[in-house]
Ligand binder design. Sequence first.
Ligand SMILES: [Mg+2]
Length: 378
Amino acid sequence: MEIRRVEAVPLRRELDERFANAQKWISSREYCLVRVETADGAVGWGECWGPIAGTRETIDDRVAPLLRGRDAQAVESVHEDLVFDLRSAYHSTVPAGLVSGVDLALWDLRGKATGGSVATLLGGARRESVPAYATGHFWPPIEEFADLEAAVVSEAESHVDAGFDALKLKIGTERHFGWGPDADVALVRAVREAVGDDVALMADANHAYDLPAARRVADGLAELDVRFFEEPLPPERVGAYARLNRESGVPIAGGECWAFAPEFRRVVNAGAIDVLQPDVTSAGGLTSARRAAEFADAAGVATYPHVFGSAVALAASLQLLATLPGSPRLEFDRTPNPIREELAVDPIRNEGTTVPVPDGPGLGVEIDPETLERFRVE
Ligand SMILES: [Mg+2]
């Protein structure tokens, strides 16, 4: 399977209404897909986390010539050579999203070459469908806390009506709205009171707090039986994560901003988290996410991959989730997004609170060429 062509395929859509988390306002969704074609005409797809700008150019100018002529089945050695080359180019950082996109496309090709799913290549599926939790609950542009509370509660109820029994809420309102930790806990309490005790709740702060504020929020979340408290702190503060995780009555989660096996190993060994959340589009692909999940499991830490991408990211995450030990849950992005919903010929949908693992060859996602052209940007 000689690689003949590597191409960046950037997609973008402006949202009808912008929404926020603790870090930023989101007014468009964009994805840089990677298309890898072999000399025998097989095509693999991957997806890179992050802005199109820079990723597209690096794939076309630097990665494509490096990979041309390589064996597409040698996924892990291509991955390592790519990391080595990009480190020599950038020194202080390796663009992990870009490595991830290539890695996913090669796993897709490897699966297609065998006719089996990537889950089979990763050791075999333990489950045909994965329990999911609904992610969303971003914040609309409003001014009053009561309006935010009403919008989030209404959205939570809509996911429960759609069959979900687990929801993840966004907290960390201070940067955009000037409210603080107590308002954040009040927001979670309002949802708890609306949906009842049988719905599992999780909360994601997207790095909103320092350690004292995170402790205060953790105490409030523990009282509301929140299953995990995601990214309470900036990801580089691994020691503070470990202190919080030791002290907190609610399990601490994180991982979407960490990449590559040595970093995952460091945070797991530090006791920074009880739930690890590598994102297959930014962690270093399935190669790194799988290694991270193995360290985590050996340390008694659960892996719930972070997912906030197109249908390619969703399919790749499901392939990993199918193989993980324990009782992992899929993060199922429920924000309106036609690129995610229409990019696959057979869209990946929830059946109540579970989502079936695609069982076609490779990642199991067939790209709809019309959708691709509709959202493709130059
Ligand atoms: Mg998150």
